[in-house]
Design a binder for this molecule. Structure first.
Ligand code: THG
Length: 258
């Protein structure tokens, strides 16, 4: 399981304030804590409703890579902010994300090729989020074939079925699991998959319980990566147990310590 920390995100007030004050020390300590907790990459998102998106992203990327060499998953719905982050990056880059919108793919796939970046392909387009596993599969296939037109092979992609809050779209939970399974037969070798895990518990009570339960189910369907909170120790323990149960890690009586 490839673990990408969700916590360097302006959605969190503490992060947003640190970006406003250009508090490099706080951001750097926060980033290093994610890695100590098990993050292998960091999602970098300046948060919604910022007029200084590109400048904030450039600062955030530079600030984080001053203290770590882990890959940066540069996250913004805005092409200008994404581009600013990618150009500022010297660490390995995962572009988060393109959608199946033609205009977006035409901008982001060339940028990915130029920078040798990997790309998250998010299952949505101008019409919104597909409503079934099958429709997600068709959209994922469109992104795979379009990427190949830009010489980006499927092994550079992560397919994201787009997790929705169970409180708002309860029927989508099982469909996303089905999509994760179905995505793996779209190519040989199977494409990698990723989700934004915490979306599922948005607005719910006991969010950690909902998150770790869903994580175990997604892992059972073959999920390869997740954007999540590595500071959630019970979630991280659930991942370790699931890896043992799926024969991805060797069983040991003390597997939580191993
Ligand atoms: N797919 C991809 N990228 C993504 C997502 C996805 N990036 C963003 C998001 N979804 C994943 N990251 C988060 C980060 C924070 C939260 C949820 C998902 C979150 N934050 C609290 C909230 O909004 O209630 C913040 C509360 C607080 O301040 O503590 O839930 O799906 N490719």
């Amino acid at each position: 399981m490839y673990i990408i920390s969700e916590r360097i995100n302006g959605l969190f007030t503490s992060v947003s304030k640190s970006i406003d004050h250009r508090d490099a020390k706080w951001i750097q300590a926060h980033a290093l804590r994610q890695i100590e907790c098990g993050a292998q990459a960091l999602d970098i998102n300046t948060g919604p409703g910022r007029e200084d998106g590109p400048a904030a992203m450039e600062w955030l990327v530079k600030t984080v890579q001053d203290v770590t060499e882990v890959p940066l998953c540069i996250d913004s719905p805005g092409i200008k902010t994404l581009t600013a982050g990618i150009r500022a990056a010297k660490n390995k880059v995962i572009i988060n994300s393109t959608t199946a919108e033609k205009a977006k793919m035409e901008k982001l796939f060339p940028l990915a090729r130029e920078h040798g970046a990997e790309v998250i392909c998010l299952c949505m387009d101008e019409r919104g989020v597909p409503n079934s596993a099958e429709a997600r599969g068709e959209m994922a296939m469109l992104m795979i074939t379009t990427a190949m037109e830009y010489d980006i092979m499927p092994d550079r992609l992560f397919l994201d079925p787009l997790v929705l809050p169970t409180k708002a779209a309860q029927d989508q939970g099982a469909k996303v699991i089905e999509a994760v399974r179905a995505f793996q037969s779209l190519n040989e070798p199977p494409p990698r998959t990723v989700v934004g895990l915490s979306n599922v518990s948005n607005g719910a009570k006991d969010r950690p319980l909902v998150n770790r339960t869903y994580m175990a189910m997604l892992m059972g369907a073959g999920l390869s990566a997740a954007i999540l909170d590595p500071e959630d120790q019970e979630l991280m323990n659930t991942i370790k147990a699931a890896q043992v149960l799926l024969n991805q890690k060797l069983y040991a009586d003390d597997f939580l310590r191993a």
